[in-house]
Ligand binder design. Structure first.
Ligand SMILES: Cc1cc2nc3c(=O)[nH]c(=O)nc-3n(C[C@H](O)[C@H](O)[C@H](O)COP(=O)(O)OP(=O)(O)OC[C@H]3O[C@@H](n4cnc5c(N)ncnc54)[C@H](O)[C@@H]3O)c2cc1C
Length: 445
C-alpha cells in the first residue's frame, strides 16, 4: 500500500501516556509509530497495578486495545530507544520522523544514599513490584524478603507493598515508616480499604499519642490525621492472616544495619513538623531509634532514566520553562542547557515528564496533552511521505524478534486459553522467550 502524505511521528513507550498520546495524534491524521521496550503494551498499568485488580487491569487493556486498533498507529515492541538503544533519537530523525514524543515513564529508582542500602534485604519498590507483576527480566531477580518488613513511604505504592507482604509473604509485621504525620499521608482511602483490617489499632492509637505534641506544635488537630488514615475502616476488606500492620509517623530512615551482608535493623530518626513556604516539612530532632526488621523497601518514588540521553537533573528530564506550545499551562518540551534552547522536535509526557505523578487517568490526560503540543508544532511543518520501508529495514537490521499489533493479539489469545485451561483469572508468561514462542516468533531471529 502506498503511503499518502501525513505528519510522521514516533512515540517512545506504550504505557498509558504513550498509547493515549499516539491515539490523539492518529485521530488528528498523523501516521504514528509506537516503539516499546516491553513486549506488551500498558507500561505500569500492566506491570505496576496490583496483579489481583483483574477488573481494573482488564478495563485498561480494553482501552489500550482500542487505541492500538487505530489504523494510523503502528506498534513495534521488544526494542529500546535511547542513547544506547536499538534506535537513537538521531536514527529516528534520519528515518524522517518529524516529531518524537517520549513517554518512557520513570525507569530509575530514587535512593536516599544511606549507609546499608546495599545490604541483602534492602530493596527499592520498583523491581519488587515489577517482579510480582511478572515483567521480564525483573521476575527472574531473587529478593530476600523476610517476615518483618519496614516500607519507607506513605503513598499508594507503599500500600500495594503492604498488601503484598500481608497476602503473599504472610509477614509477621509490616511497618510503614512515614516522614511526616498522619495528615500528610498520600494514599487514597480506596487503597487503604484493602489492608486496614490488618492495622493494629492499639498500636495506631499509641502512635497517635506519641506524635500528638509534634502535631499540636504546628497547630494541627490530631483528629485530621486520625480521620484520614482511618477513613477506610467502614469499607475495610476482611482481615487476612495474622500480619500486624502499623505506622511509624514522623520518622526518617538514617541507616540500615546488617550482619554478614544481611539486614538486621533499621535506624530511624524522629522528626518534627515545620512550616516552610506554606508547606509542612519534616525536620530531624537528632533522636534516633532502632527497629528490628529483616526487610526494608524504599517506596519513595521513581526518577527518569538519565541514560536515555535527554538532558535531565537528578530526577526529571529538563523542561523548557517557557514552552512554545503550552497546554493547560504546562510545558511538554525538553530544554537543552548546552544550547540554552528547546530541543525543537522532542516532547515528553506522562511519568517521563513528571516522575511518579498520578494514576493511569493522569497519565492518559498528560499523554493526550503532550500530543496536543506535538500537533501544534507539526502545524509549522509540511506533511511528508512516511518512510515505513526505512523503519522496516532498520528493524530487520537489529536481528531480533520485533513484535507487532497482530503478534500481541495472538499472545493475548494464547494467554487467555492458558488461563482457562488452568482455571485462573489470568495467566502471564514469565519470560520474553516464552512470549515470543507463544506468538510464533523466532526467539533467536
Ligand atoms: C506499583 C504501582 C502501582 C500502581 N497502581 C495503580 C493503580 O492501581 N491504579 C492506577 O490508576 N494507577 C496505578 N499506578 C500508576 C500508573 O501505573 C501510572 O500512572 C502510569 O502507568 C504511568 O504511565 P506512563 O505511560 O507515563 O509510564 P509507564 O506506565 O511507566 O510506561 C512507560 C513505557 O515505556 C516503555 N519504555 C521504557 N523505556 C523505554 C525505552 N528506552 N525505549 C522504548 N520504550 C521504553 C516501557 O516498556 C513502558 O511500556 C501504579 C503505579 C505503580 C508504580
Amino acid at each position: 500500500m502506498s503511503e499518502t502524505n501525513a505528519y510522521f511521528v514516533a512515540v517512545i513507550g506504550a504505557g498509558p501516556s504513550g498509547l493515549f498520546g499516539a491515539r490523539e495524534l492518529a485521530n488528528q491524521g498523523a501516521r504514528v509509530v509506537v516503539f516499546n521496550r516491553d513486549i506488551k503494551p500498558g507500561g505500569l498499568a500492566e506491570y505496576g497495578v496490583y496483579p489481583d485488580k483483574h477488573k481494573m487491569k482488564e478495563g485498561f487493556r480494553k482501552q489500550f486495545r482500542q487505541a492500538l486498533a487505530n489504523d494510523n498507529i503502528i506498534y513495534y515492541s521488544n526494542l529500546t530507544v535511547g542513547a544506547k538503544g536499538d534506535f537513537t533519537l538521531d536514527d529516528l530523525r534520519s528515518l524522517g520522523f518529524q516529531a518524537i514524543l517520549v513517554t518512557v515513564g520513570a525507569q530509575s529508582s530514587k535512593w536516599l544514599g544511606l549507609p546499608g542500602e546495599d545490604l541483602k534485604g534492602v530493596y527499592h519498590s520498583k523491581p519488587v513490584v515489577l517482579a510480582y507483576n511478572l515483567l521480564p527480566p525483573y521476575d527472574e531477580q531473587k529478593f530476600d524478603l523476610g517476615k518483618r518488613c519496614a516500607i519507607i513511604g506513605a503513598g499508594n505504592v507503599m500500600l500495594d507493598l503492604a498488601y503484598y507482604f500481608i497476602h503473599e509473604i504472610k509477614a509477621d509485621e509490616v511497618i510503614a515508616v512515614v516522614r511526616r504525620g498522619p495528615a500528610e499521608v498520600n494514599f487514597t482511602k480506596e487503597e487503604m480499604t484493602r489492608s486496614i483490617a490488618n492495622l493494629d489499632l492499639d498500636a495506631f492509637e499509641a502512635e497517635m499519642k506519641r506524635v500528638t505534641p509534634a502535631l499540636q506544635a504546628v497547630n494541627q488537630d490530631p483528629e485530621v490525621g486520625r480521620n484520614k488514615v482511618l477513613a477506610a475502616l467502614p469499607k475495610a476488606e476482611p482481615k487476612f492472616g495474622d500480619t500486624r500492620f502499623r505506622f511509624e509517623f514522623l520518622s526518617s530512615p538514617v541507616q540500615m544495619i546488617g550482619e554478614n551482608g544481611r539486614l538486621k535493623q533499621l535506624e530511624v530518626e524522629d522528626n518534627i513538623l515545620v512550616l516552610k513556604d506554606g508547606e509542612l516539612k519534616s525536620r530531624g530532632t537528632g533522636h534516633k531509634r532502632i527497629l528490628d526488621v529483616d526487610t526494608v523497601i524504599f517506596s519513595i518514588g521513581d526518577k527518569v532514566d538519565a541514560s536515555f540521553g535527554l538532558p535531565s537533573d537528578s530526577n526529571e528530564f529538563l523542561k523548557n520553562p517557557n514552552p512554545r506550545y503550552p497546554v493547560d499551562g504546562l510545558s511538554y518540551e525538553v530544554f537543552d542547557p548546552n544550547t540554552n534552547a528547546t530541543i525543537p522536535d522532542v516532547f515528553i509526557g506522562g511519568w517521563a515528564r513528571k516522575a511518579s505523578e498520578g494514576l493511569v487517568g493522569y497519565a492518559r490526560k498528560d499523554g493526550t496533552n503532550a500530543s496536543k503540543a506535538v500537533w501544534q508544532y507539526l502545524q509549522t511543518l509540511q506533511p511528508t511521505t512516511p518512510n515505513l520501508e526505512g523503519v522496516a529495514a532498520k528493524l530487520k537490521s537489529l536481528k531480533k524478534p520485533i513484535v507487532t499489533k497482530d503478534d500481541i493479539k495472538r499472545l493475548e489469545a494464547v494467554e487467555a486459553a492458558e488461563a482457562q485451561k488452568r482455571g485462573l483469572e489470568e495467566f502471564k508468561f514469565a519470560t520474553n522467550d516464552e512470549m515470543l514462542q507463544a506468538m510464533g516468533l523466532n526467539v533467536t531471529a
